[in-house]
Design a protein around this ligand. Structure first.
Ligand code: AMP
Length: 393
């Protein structure tokens, strides 16, 4: 059965087609600059990458070209071969605790939640509508970044602001990267050979979050109402004293919109170092003796250690720590520094094993109190799996 995983942004459309249930990637690619000048798409097929410059007036046009590529490359004989299309949705609010079929009622709820994800939810709806128009026979499903975190208890997702004010404005911790946390937690349970586990999953990419996972379910997570909470990220500040905002806005005459931009686009590694949001540049800066890069890395690592320690206590122990996403899968120095910071818990690094990038590997020493793994994430595969399960149910 052929299933397409789709991630639509406001001007982009990423896709990956699977043969399911064998979980074989048949083709993948991305359409970029949709609705803009100089639009193009790239596809990866049989280890080859091809780029084509085309006019992409909207997402529907991107879908038409996508389907054309599937037929031309004999991935499918006709549109009827596409059994399902799974769409990534950033914000599912308190409505969705699992993936569902994209009914009209579901689409209306995603739309209603747009104020909580103004860049993402409307774009995803455009993607669903385009897919429905071009491949009407396929089952359309939606997979939410927030759904995995819906099992958090009230005391972990509420903020200590006036209760009614929060209720009336849907203010609570929703979390993010849920599909990734779910994927690596499931994989770790497979490795451990049991499900009654206490795991700490660290999705450290450009955006970053850590979750405490008890018996396969999310108990707590570091992201909040929005994806700017918890860890220090590439350009996002993560947790700060909230009163800094009104203080700065008044003192510097900064508008609400501008403050939002500073917190989301000019802070984090970039803001501290003044060099870059990319941990590779920070690492290079440290080698060159740049003190601000050193400081950025110290603060970044400190925050990761703090969250792991906090969740260790909340879980009452830990059976596995997992690193995933761009930094987690690739940064040898960040993983080393985090693990050294956890030495008091008996965590021990195996330096040789840690010297890997982007592959599944146990990186803790055999006498480490907690096994620590790098597990490359695969959100697209989770979307395809959920879509297959919904088609079969
Ligand atoms: P993601 O958001 O998961 O795609 O992660 C992207 C981030 O991963 C980049 O901004 C880099 O900071 C980081 N990254 C990717 N490759 C490496 C590498 N080889 N070493 C250190 N950091 C990396």
């Amino acid at each position: 059965m052929k299933i397409l995983s789709v991630n639509a942004g406001s001007s982009s459309l990423k896709f990956q087609m699977y043969e399911m249930p064998d979980e074989i990637v048949l083709i993948s690619g991305v359409f970029e600059r949709i609705g803009m000048e100089e639009s193009f798409y790239t596809i990866k097929l049989n280890g080859e990458k091809i780029e084509k410059k085309v006019e992409l007036k909207d997402h529907k046009r991107a879908f038409e070209l996508l389907v054309q590529e599937l037929v031309d490359n004999k991935i499918v004989d006709s549109l009827d071969d596409i059994a399902g299309i799974g769409h990534r949705i950033v914000q599912g609010g308190s409505y969705f605790d699992k993936s569902v079929i994209a009914s009209e009622d579901v689409i209306a709820k995603i739309d209603e939640l747009s104020p909580l994800a103004p860049l993402h939810n409307p774009a995803a709806i455009v993607g669903i509508r385009a897919a429905q128009a071009v491949v009407p026979g396929a089952v359309q499903t939606v997979v939410f970044d927030t759904a995995y975190h819906q099992t958090m208890p009230e005391e972990n997702y509420l903020y200590a602001l006036p209760y009614d004010l929060c209720q009336d404005n849907l203010i609570r911790r929703y979390g993010a990267h849920g599909t990734s946390h779910r994927y690596v937690a499931n994989k770790m349970n497979e490795i451990l050979g049991r499900e009654d586990t206490k795991l700490i999953t660290c999705h450290i990419g450009n955006g970053a979050s850590i979750s405490a996972v008890l018996n396969g379910k999310c108990l707590n997570t570091s992201m909040g109402l929005t994806p700017n909470a918890g860890l220090i990220m590439g350009t996002r500040c993560g947790d700060i004293d909230a009163t800094i905002l009104p203080y700065l806005m008044e003192k510097q005459n900064i508008s609400c919109k501008e403050m939002d931009r500073i917190m989301n686009k000019e802070s984090g590694l970039l803001g501290i170092s003044g060099v870059s949001s990319d941990s590779r540049d920070i690492e290079a800066g440290i080698k060159e003796g740049n003190k601000r890069c050193e400081l950025a890395q110290k603060m970044y690592v400190r925050r990761i250690i703090d969250y792991i320690a906090k969740y260790y206590v909340e879980l009452g122990g830990c059976d596995g720590i997992i690193f995933t996403a761009g930094v987690g899968e690739n940064s040898v120095p960040v993983r080393k520094a985090v693990m050294e910071g956890l030495a008091v818990l008996g965590v021990k690094l195996d330096e040789d094993k840690n010297n890997i990038r982007g592959s599944l590997q146990k990186i803790s020493a055999n006498d480490s109190s907690i096994p620590v793994y790098v597990i490359p994430t695969d959100e697209e595969l989770m979307i395809a799996r959920d879509t297959l399960n919904l088609i079969n149910s």
